[in-house]
Structures are given as C-alpha cells and as structure tokens.
Design a protein around this ligand. Structure first.
Ligand code: ATP
Ligand code: MG
Length: 352
C-alpha cells in the first residue's frame, strides 16, 4: 500500500465517525484456518454487500477457536491474519466494516461469565450443532468445558455490539436461538430492555456441502476448497467431487439430488438458466461427469483467481493486517465495555 493511502486508512480506521443506523450487524469466523467457499456463499458475500448499508462488525473468533484446540493453540494464533487477509481479498473494506479480534476485547470474556449463570448444562447439551460437532470430533465425555459453552460466548459477542442482524450459515441458527434466550433472561432480571434480540440473515446457500458430499464444508475437517486454493488444488478438488455413483456411462440418466457438482453449480454459476439446461440433459442421459466438472472448474477458477491474487498482496503486508485488526479491536472496546457495565448493573454489581 502506498504511503499516503496508508496514512488515510489509518486516520479513518481510528475515527469514530459511523452514522447512526438502526440495524447493527455482528458476524465472525473462528480463527481455525483460512476461509473456504462455504464461508463465501454462506456469509462473506452478503457481508460485502451489507457493509454499504449497515454498521457492521466482523469478529475474528480466536478464543472460540481455542475451545477445541487448547492442545494446539498454534493452529489458532497462526490463522488470525489468514482470516483477515481472506476478508480483505473477498471485498470487506476496513473503512466500512470494523474487523476486530475477540481476545483483544476483554468485555466479551466477562459477559460470557455472567451469561453462563443463565444457561443450564442440559440446554447446552441439547444444541443440535454442538451435538453434531461433539460427535464428529469424537470428544465423548472429554469435551472441553469451553467447547460445550461456546454458544454462550457467541451470545456475548453478538450482544456486546447490540447486533440485530447476524449473517450466518444454517449451522449457526441454534446459536442465535440460544443468544435470544439469554437476552430475554437478562432483560427480565434487569426489568428493562438492556440487550436486543437478533435475527439471522441466511443466504441462498446456507450450508455448502464438503467436496465429498459427506458433511458441511468445514475448515477443521480438511474437506474444503479455500479462497486461497491454487489453480491446481481447485482442479484436483473438482475432479474428486462426489457425483452420482450410478452414473457410469455418459448415456446413463444421472441424479441431480445429492450430486455435489450440481449443488456447486447452483451456488456459484452466474447463468442459472444454463445450469437448468445442464441438469435436464444430465437427468435425461447424454451428459458426462467429466464435462460438467469442467464447467464447474472453469467457473470456480474465474471466481477464485482475483480473490487469490488480492489475498497474496494482503498477506505479504503483515504489518498492515495487524494495524487494521488492532484499530478495529480498539474501536470495539468502548462499545462492549458499555454493554458490560449495563449487564453488571442488572446483576446489582455496580458499587463502583
Ligand atoms: P470450524 O470447522 O473451525 O468450525 P467452519 O468452517 O465451520 O470452521 P466457522 O468459523 O465455524 O467455519 O463459521 C463461520 C461462518 O461461516 C458461520 O456463519 C457459518 O455458519 C458459516 N459457514 C461455515 N461453513 C459453512 C458452509 N459449509 N456453508 C455455509 N456457511 C458456512
Ligand atoms: Mg464451525
């Protein structure tokens, strides 16, 4: 980044000149790896659009990343700037969106502690997303306490910014339900509306499957196409993509449902009429997997090439990434401290 541009960015990042807009957006990602196509269609693309209309904060959730990586904290620390570079490469503008780091905002940990008195263990154990994750991570009874309670920490993140809109993938819906339960309990104790309830903002593709079609695309499961994937990796992933196992010869009729290649074409191809024609041909017989995969590969290469190139520039300027994150984090502290003050006072803890 050129010097004068860098100075202007720094000044703007430290100013508190956001307009007073009613709806506030808070969303975030665990710092457990670089971002993938699921993030892009599930939430990131939406955030890029929304930043022009709303006051938006994006949280790099490093503390939440530790909840299943306590034994391997380096996985989290080494991915913080990767996530920030992915945001910028995808089009998040730090002059419009506040990008902040969860561990740099102590009020979030304090709020988590207060809220944890409002939620029972059995309620946490009923959370369907957490249930699935516990199973896939084979925790058994050795589940870290932080992992079981991470929905509470997420409630702290959302409420600390009084967010009303949360652009998320489908897996996060139970977290927002849990958040709103906490909001209602806290407001009941306070006998006034200190906190606000939030609404999810789901996109057209709110659960992108993994390349093998077995689960959702997920950073932690190594089943993803990353925004930073090389041309070669994209080609390899598309080649290995799950289709219809019974579609053996080109002339055989093929199944669209559960066919990951078509799910991705639905999610990423610009011309949906063209995709509808492909589906009709494939179902009738006469269209080979190789041809459809080639079309998908081209579409993903076109989408990811400019993102990958921008990302390379951002990742090369580490100090700029840190400056953006630090400025956003500092700007978020006052706001969350004020919510913490109100929550403490709802519990009568306001002697000084
Ligand atoms: P991890 O495996 O570490 O949990 P993840 O890939 O699930 O990582 P998160 O950081 O947990 O990513 O999720 C960040 C946001 O991206 C959430 O809003 C989540 O709903 C959304 N998201 C993640 N994976 C997908 C997906 N496959 N499809 C749509 N949205 C997704
Ligand atoms: Mg996740």
């Amino acid at each position: 980044m050129k010097n004068n541009q860098s100075i202007a960015l720094n000044q703007a990042l430290h100013s508190n000149s956001k307009t007073d807009i009613k709806e506030k957006i808070l969303t975030g990602d665990r710092a457990t790896g670089s971002l993938h196509l699921g993030h892009y269609v599930g939430s990131l693309q939406k955030r890029v659009k929304l930043q022009h209309q709303y006051e938006q904060t994006i949280l790099v959730a490093d503390m939440q990343g530790l909840t299943d990586n306590g034994h391997n904290p380096q996985k989290v620390s080494s991915n913080i700037l990767n996530v920030v570079a992915d945001y910028l490469a995808a089009g998040i503008d730090p002059l419009k969106t506040t990008i902040c780091l969860q561990s740099g905002i102590p009020a979030l940990a304090e709020l988590t502690m207060y809220y944890s008195n409002l939620v029972s263990i059995s309620r946490l154990e009923r959370n369907p997303t957490v249930k699935t994750e516990i199973k896939s991570k084979s925790f058994g009874r050795s589940i870290p306490a932080g992992f079981l309670t991470y929905p509470i920490s997420q409630a702290a993140d959302i409420t600390a910014f009084k967010a009303t809109l949360v652009p998320v993938g489908e897996d996060q819906l139970p977290m927002l339900e849990q958040t709103n339960e906490i909001v209602r309990r806290l407001n009941h104790i306070a006998q006034q509306d200190i906190l606000v309830e939030c609404k999810p903002l789901l996109s057209k593709v709110s659960r992108l499957p993994s390349v093998d079609g077995k689960s959702k695309m997920s950073k932690s499961m190594g089943n993803s196409i990353m925004l930073s994937s090389s041309e070669k990796d994209i080609r390899k992933a598309v080649k290995a993509m799950y289709t219809d196992p019974n579609h053996l010869r080109v002339c055989d009729p093929g199944k669209i449902e559960g066919n990951v290649v078509f799910t991705y074409l639905d999610a990423f191809h610009q011309d949906q009429n063209y995709v509808a024609n492909l589906k009709a041909q494939y179902s009738a017989g006469g269209l080979g997997d190789g041809t459809v995969k080639k079309i998908l590969e081209e579409c993903l290469q076109d989408l990811l090439k400019p993102i990958r190139q921008r990302r390379e520039e951002f990742i090369a300027d580490r100090s700029q990434l840190i400056a953006i994150l630090k400025a956003g984090t500092e700007r978020s502290q006052d706001e969350s401290n004020e919510v913490l003050r109100q929550v403490k006072s709802a519990f009568g803890l306001n002697l000084f």
